[in-house]
Write a protein that binds this ligand. Sequence first.
Ligand code: NAP
Length: 281
Amino acid sequence: MSEKIGFIGLGNMGHPMAKNLEKAGFPLFVYNRSAEKAEDFKAQSKVAVDVKELVKNSDVIFTMLTNDQAANEVYKQILELNISDKLFIDMSTISPETSGKIADAVKIKEASFLDAPVAGSTKPAAEGTLIIMVGGDEKDLERARPYLEKLGKQIKHLGKNGKGLAAKLSVNYFISALYQGLAETILFSDTLGIEREDMLDIINESASGSGATKVKTPLLIEENYQPAFSLDLMLKDILLAKDAGADFPFTKTLIETYKSAQNEGFGKDDVIGIIQYLSKM
Ligand code: NAP
C-alpha cells in the first residue's frame, strides 16, 4: 500500500511539484501558510489547517520553503510531535549547517531526513524534470525514490546529510555568475546596435547557450521580469555559498551586484531582472 504523502510549501516550486505527486495518484495532504495557494488541491487531495495536522496524517513529508528561517520555523513545529518512522525530505535551498541541525534533531526522534534540493526552475518543476541532489542515508533515499521519480529526471545521491545542499550551492554559484554575464553581454550588444532577439539566437545556438540562457530568452526580449526564480532567492544562495566557503574573485562581485540590485528594488523580480539594475549603472 502506498504511503501517505505530505507536502508543506506550495510556492512557485512547491505548487507544481505537489501537483505532480497528486497526478501520480499518491494519497496527498498539503499545507501552505497562505491558504489560497492550496485551494486548487481541494478537489483531489486533502488540505491541512496547519503543519501539525499535516505531519500527523502523513508518512513521508516534503518541505519546499524559502530559506533557513522558514525551515527552522516549520521544523520547530514538527519536532514537537511524535514523528518516529516518518521520512522528511527537505527540498528547499538552505544552509548545509541549518539542514544538518534539523537532520540531527529529526533523527534523535527516530525519524529520517534527506536534504534533496533541486536544480531547475518552475518549468522543470511542472514537467517533473528537475535534477534532485540528495544527501542522506541510502535506505531513506530508496524509500523516497518512487516519489522523487515523479518530480525529477535525475536523482543524484551525493553522500551523507548536507551533501545535496553542498552540490546545490555550487551549481547556483555558477548560475548566478552565468546570469550576470548574460545580462552584461545583452547590454553590451544593445549598445552595439544588435537586436536582442538576434543576439540571444546566436548565444542559444552556440556553445555558450544552455537551458539557463534559453529559459531567460523570452524575459529578456519582452523585458518582462515576472519571477520564476526571484533575485532575492539568488542573492540568498550566493550568500549561503559564501558562508559555506566560496571565496573567489567572482564571489565579491556577485554579492555586490545582486545586493545593490535588491537595494534598488529588483529583489522580487526574476533573477535575470538583474539587467534592469545593470542598465542603470
Ligand atoms: P516561494 O515561491 O517564495 O515559496 C516559498 C514557500 O515557503 C511558500 O509556500 C511560503 O509560504 C513558504 N514559507 C515561507 N516562510 C514560511 C514560514 N515561516 N512558515 C511556513 N511557510 C513558509 O519560493 P520558491 O521559488 O518556491 O522556492 C522555494 C525554495 O526552492 C527556495 O529555497 C529556493 O531557493 C529553492 N529553489 C527555487 C527555484 C525557483 O526557480 N524558484 C529553483 C530551485 C530551488 P507563503 O505562500 O505563505 O509565503
